[in-house]
Design a protein around this ligand. Structure first.
Ligand code: SF4
Length: 941
């Protein structure tokens, strides 16, 4: 809620607070006024010194009137910040923190460290903002740096600057100088993210969220929580994020929390902080020998603090222990931190071992979260037994009770709210919100189902229920909405190719989307924007926000310019070198790649046209690849080629569909007709099939439809003549495919044409091959003699061979690549000679058998007669018996000199049926088709 306070207003609030803070620092140097309020004979001041004796190590402390700067700072400002963090969340604190504000001075003055980057080809020079790299030492260890600084600060308070005004002023001013220096040295809020000693305290009290904090992941606002922002002259706000941290607490504190939950440094900070706070307050007792020293606030007015550095640091049972205070303080605080950390780890282990025995109850993350929640609840209340108490004690009892009651009530409400959170709940809310946005984009008529509410008012469950009952939410629309969610989640780095299946599982269940459909969606998204599935390209929400902030600024500039010159059209290219644009690029740390991407999306339909152009280029590449695979020289490798060709055909179909969708968006755009003509020329056959399948006449203008359905003037000519170099070049493009079956098959075909080249590919490892199938293929390629003139056969690649035959079989055809690879991994190949018995009637079926080479005869015993049926490669021998775990009813005999069988054990098959619902569904589908065929054949006899 406070995150939505206008930035302009917050800017003034920050100014007022910063000036107030600087005045307090100034008062530490010169303050002739406030000490009068503390004189023992002051007529009304509650701060006047009392006559009572405050004992420190058995002696009464002698006290003098004192200025109030330190009392105000330690007694009111620091406790207030802790209160704000827990109740209002970091989103308020970060927006008002004076130190954070001061660290942004270099940014507002445009003085920030930048790196010069020169494009070697064009000679263009650009400057990029310096940022902390996530793989640098600081990027990896900043939580420890911040905690160490906090530790030093707390020790420093007790030893040097709780009451010594000049030392405190020096400490605060050096911190301000450090914050400004970091603001110059690194972009964004690097001071807050990587250096500020208060940052661990902020995470502890305000993550996963403050009591009254907002939820960024369900917010409709583009600028969430305390995200860096600026305001424009018209009052509108705009992101100023430069992606200095990923994930960023200022953008979504809860995401940051779940992301760091399992990290060892998080445990260290959370448990260590508990010990540090206990040690800090406990030390006052250990030092003075009583609690009165702390609660009276005498430590705030001991202006001769530095003189006691080498006095005994511990006083117990009426005895001073002769450990100098300068050693005792870090020792006690260090021991308490270590004990709390050890205790936290022990508690975690116990809780985890308990829950491992009851795994269904809670996940390990939730256990850790709940322990952290209890720690924060406990340490917040412990802190406020002490924090602010020297001042609160000056008020009447009723006020003190109210203060205590208020703190306990608020912290209990926070505990109640936080206890129920979990990574799973966050993920569900996050995805439901993404889905809600996609529903909005579809512009369905939902008002009749919502009784006055809007889509935004629906909770996670309601939004999915609505999707189930909406009449207009057809299968196609559901696919479109799901695809939108997948694309957005990929763009933000919330999912990647491999994690998407698991992360989106619950959403698929809600929407009735199969794993297969998910894979199709991934393929479609990958074809439209291959970089989305590129594992080497790191994506993040922060980066998206940075780019969209730059894009908005650029759009605004273009608009202003177009108004000034009173031109009707926008030309982003004309602005490329203006000083304002250069400064914007620096401000948002824009690289040339970023720039290209942003400019492509600036002008209306330009991005759709570009996308269609890109898809057409891909289509033409695939068509060439397909032709390459049809060359006579490769005919002997039919099984491998079938795998590759089917994959390419499937992709061609997806691309054609995608181009048609883009043409639907372009409607009567002048570029659309040309694109349609090129599509018709490139792939008339697949185009015809796709047009027959969908209701394209409703979505495409008549002129476009006519152009697509009319044969082109030029006859389509498909040449199969490619030079050896071009053939290999096309085959190498297949190595970039995400599917390991395609990569391995392409390697095999390259080895047939040029074994040395395939070995060179295996050696140089330019392509990131991670799949065991591809790795095994590469190993086998390297194991071939380097000067081999004979080409390797498929049997030289046992794993690939099994995958290829499974793919080509009737039973497993078109199953997902991961399933086929996993099945191949557990299968084995056996060779039989003519007349060998493969299975005998009455044997218990222990394996599913697939004929991969030669022939076999099935001997059916029907009454007194024996009917013989011949099986051919690709057919399975006894799948019904395997499914039923029954005995074999027929005898199967090898019928060729070399009969090869691929065997999958029943156990392996059952494992897949149990753990892979998609596999189980497909097996049932296949089996029912087989049964139907069988019944029909029996009827015809
Ligand atoms: S990641 Fe962006 S929003 Fe977060 S602190 Fe850095 S610049 Fe600000």
């Amino acid at each position: 809620m406070l995150s939505q306070l206008p930035e302009r207003r917050m800017h003034w609030i920050r100014w007022i607070l910063t000036v107030g803070w600087l005045l307090i620092i100034a008062s530490l140097f010169y303050d002739p006024w406030t000490a009068k309020l503390t004189t023992p004979d002051h007529p009304w001041s509650p701060l006047r010194l009392s006559e009572s004796c405050i004992q420190v190590q058995g002696n009464c402390l002698s006290e003098q009137p004192y200025p109030l700067g330190t009392t105000l700072f330690w007694g009111a400002i620091v406790p207030a910040s802790i209160f704000i963090l827990l109740v209002f969340g970091h989103e308020l604190w970060r927006r008002i923190c004076p130190l954070s504000f001061l660290s942004q001075i270099p940014r507002s003055l445009g003085w920030q460290r930048q790196f010069r980057r020169e494009n070697k080809k064009t000679g263009m020079v650009r400057y990029e903002l310096a940022k902390v790299r996530s793989d640098s030492w600081l990027g990896r260890n900043y939580p420890y740096v911040q905690f160490s600084w906090l530790f030093i600060g707390l020790c420093g308070r007790i030893l040097f600057f709780n009451a010594d005004r000049l030392v405190l002023a020096g400490w605060l001013l050096s911190t301000v100088a450090a914050a400004i220096a970091v603001g110059y040295w690194y972009g964004g809020k690097s001071w807050c993210q990587y250096f500020c000693p208060m940052a661990p305290v902020q995470s502890i009290y305000s993550e996963p969220g403050g009591l009254l904090g907002s939820k960024a992941h369900t917010s409709e606002q583009l600028i969430t929580q305390s995200m860096c922002r600026t305001f424009l002259p018209d009052g509108q706000e705009q992101s100023a994020c430069v992606a200095c941290q990923n994930p960023c607490i200022d953008i979504d504190a809860e995401r940051n929390y779940w992301n760091s939950l399992s990290k060892p440094e998080t445990g260290f900070i959370r448990y260590g902080y508990v010990g540090l706070v206990i040690g800090y307050f406990g030390y006052y007792y250990l030092y003075a020998g009583n609690w009165n020293y702390y609660f009276s606030g005498a430590w705030l007015r001991q202006t001769d603090q530095l003189t006691s550095l080498f006095d005994p640091g511990i006083y117990l049972f009426g005895q001073a222990i002769n450990v100098p205070k300068i050693i005792a303080v870090p020792l006690i605080l260090g021991i308490c931190t270590a004990i709390a950390y050890g205790g936290g780890r022990w508690l975690e282990k116990r809780a985890k071992s308990y829950y491992r025995r009851h795994p269904k109850e809670l996940s390990l993350e939730t256990i850790r979260h709940r322990i952290f929640t209890l720690c924060t609840f406990g340490i917040f209340n412990f802190f406020f037994i002490f924090g602010g108490r020297p001042l609160i004690q000056l008020f009447p009892w009723a006020v003190q009770y109210l203060y205590d009651l208020g703190l306990v009530t608020l912290s209990t409400l926070w505990l109640y709210k936080t206890w129920r959170r979990s990574p799973d709940l966050y993920s569900r809310e996050n995805l439901a919100n993404r889905f809600r946005k996609q529903l909005e984009k579809l512009q369905l008529n939902v008002s009749q189902f919502l009784e006055g509410r809007t889509l935004n008012d629906l909770n996670t469950h309601e939004v999915y229920i609505l999707a189930k009952v909406l009449p207009g939410f057809t299968r196609e629309k559901r696919h479109q909405a799901y695809k939108g969610v997948v694309r957005e989640a990929l763009e933000e780095g919330y999912i990647n190719y491999s994690s998407s299946l698991e992360v989106l599982q619950q959403m698929r269940q809600e929407l009735g989307i199969t794993d297969d459909e998910h894979r199709i969606v991934l393929e479609e998204v990958g074809i439209e924007d291959p970089s989305l599935l590129n594992p080497d390209r790191q994506r993040s929400l922060e980066n998206q926000i940075r780019l969209s902030g730059y894009r908005k600024s650029l759009e605004r500039l273009l608009l202003l310019q177009s108004k000034q010159v009173a031109q009707g059209s926008l030309d982003p290219g004309s602005l490329q070198d203006s000083a304002t644009i250069r400064s914007l690029r620096r401000q948002y740390s824009i690289t040339s790649q970023d720039e290209e991407w942003i400019l492509s999306g600036l002008a209306g339909n330009a991005s759709s046209v570009k996308r269609a152009e890109f898809l057409l280029a891909q289509l033409s590449q695939l068509i060439d690849c397909y032709r390459v695979l049809n060359q006579p020289v490769l005919y002997d490798h039919k099984a491998v080629l079938t795998l590759l060709r089917e994959n390419i055909s499937h992709k061609k179909e997806l691309i054609v569909r995608s181009i048609l969708e883009t043409l639907g968006l372009l409607q009567s755009d002048p570029a659309a007709l040309g694109l349609a003509q090129r599509l018709q020329q490139a792939s008339p056959a697949i185009l015809g099939e796709v047009l027959d399948q969908g209701h394209w006449s409703d979505r495409l203008p008549a002129a476009i439809l006519q152009c697509l359905t009319q044969p082109g003037e030029m006859p389509v000519f498909c040449s199969l003549e490619f030079s050896a170099q071009a053939t290999l070049g096309h085959l190498e493009t297949l190595l970039l495919d995400q599917n390991p079956m395609i990569q391995a098959a392409a390697l095999y075909v390259i080895a047939q044409l040029d074994p040395e080249r395939s070995q060179a590919i295996a050696r140089d490892q330019r392509h990131p091959f991670n799949s065991p199938l591809v790795k095994a293929t590469l190993e086998q390629l390297l194991a071939l003699p380097s000067n081999a003139s004979a080409h390797p056969s498929l049997t030289d690649f046992p794993m690939l061979e099994r995958v290829v035959y499974l793919f080509n079989s009737d039973f497993f055809h078109r199953m997902q690549s991961e399933t086929l690879i996993a099945l191949a991994d557990r299968a084995e190949v056996r060779t039989y000679s003519k007349g060998d018995l493969i299975t005998e009637a009455g044997d218990t079926c222990r394996e599913l058998l697939l004929l991969i080479e030669g022939h076999a005869n099935v001997h059916y015993q029907t009454g007194a007669e024996v009917r013989i049926e011949q099986l051919h490669p690709g057919q399975t021998l006894d799948e019904l018996e395997v499914l039923a775990h029954s005995k074999s009813e027929n005898t199967i005999v090898a019928d060729s000199e070399r009969t090869r069988i691929l065997a999958i054990s029943v156990d392996a098959f059952d494992d897949f049926l149990d753990h892979d619902p998609d596999f189980a569904r497909r097996v049932l589908e296949l089996e029912s088709r087989q049964l139907q065929r069988f019944v029909r054949s029996m009827q015809s006899i």
